[in-house]
Design a protein around this ligand. Structure first.
Ligand code: 8IG
Length: 270
């Protein structure tokens, strides 16, 4: 276990939000996005990037550990006049920096005034009809990490965690969007085929290594959460082909333009 006792995570998030406000001259942001594997290009279509900050200059942030992820925080002005914060430096649970580090970006967004949080990821799909490159709305999650971002007697209701209102709005943009339950495993290894079958039996449609812990922290902070996955591979054993990170990157690249357009259109309606 990481020693998390030394700093108050909410004070650190406030420091980070103050740094962002100062560096961008944007006192308050409206929307934040965490762009996972395959979603990176979306930032370009959301609006005009007014400021790009190095994550490592912001209190509590670290450089990303994954190829295909970016280490910047950007402030974007949308055509509708909203201010969006794009958090390109997601910390994953498997990095071993502790759960506080995993949700620091989310808490920073809340401290920066954000009311709507968009969480995206690349993941494995359990439904054979979802070919690699298929975007899927997250309807609910299974937190299989045995961890929580909340500490002490912090009882938070997670009913409708993934906003039905925002899922409906997304389906207005693209009526063909399916939705599914996302199971967060700790990783960094992918699942065994037996673990994928276990996930399927307990109700998962998607398996990944992020999002659930962030969504919990977001709800605790009072934000409305929208989640969308990009199925970059069929989960282990669903397809006869073994998984590779190269395949994941390839599927993300191929689907990039379509899902970026989709996400930008959804953001445009928020
Ligand atoms: I991209 O198949 C991606 N991330 N746990 N399983 C898990 N995480 C993933 C997968 C997958 N694909």
């Amino acid at each position: 276990m990481i020693d998390q006792s030394s700093t108050d995570p909410f004070a650190l998030a406030r420091d980070a939000a103050d740094h962002i406000a100062q560096q961008t001259s944007v006192a308050s942001h409206d929307i934040a996005l965490v762009l996972g594997s395959g979603w990176g290009e979306a930032a370009e279509l959301i609006g005009e990037t007014t400021h790009t900050l190095q994550a490592t200059d912001i209190p509590g942030f670290a450089a990303p550990a994954v190829e295909g992820h970016v280490g910047t925080v950007r402030s974007i002005l949308t055509p509708a006049g909203k201010r969006a914060l794009v958090l390109g430096a997601r910390t994953h649970y498997y990095e071993g920096r502790g759960v506080r580090a995993v949700v620091h970006g989310v808490r920073t967004a809340a401290a920066a005034g954000v009311k709507t949080l968009v969480l995206t990821n690349g993941c494995g799909g359990l439904q054979e009809q979802w070919a690699p490159g298929t975007p899927v709305l997250i309807s609910d999650h299974l937190n299989l990490t045995a961890a929580s971002p909340l500490e002490g007697a912090t009882f938070v209701d997670l009913t409708d965690l993934y906003s039905p209102r925002l899922r409906n709005l997304a389906r207005e943009v693209d009526p063909t969007l399916d939705e599914g339950v996302y199971a967060q495993f700790t990783g960094p290894h992918y699942e065994t085929p037996a673990e994928v079958q276990y996930a399927k039996r307990i109700g998962a449609d998607l398996v990944g290594m992020s999002t659930a812990l962030e969504a919990i922290a977001a709800r605790h902070a009072g934000m409305e959460v929208f989640g969308m996955s990009l199925v970059t591979n069929l989960a282990a054993g669903i397809s006869p082909i073994p998984l590779s990170h190269a395949e994941v990157l390839e599927a993300g690249q191929a689907a990039g333009p379509r899902i970026s357009r989709l996400l930008a259109d959804i953001i445009g309606r928020l």
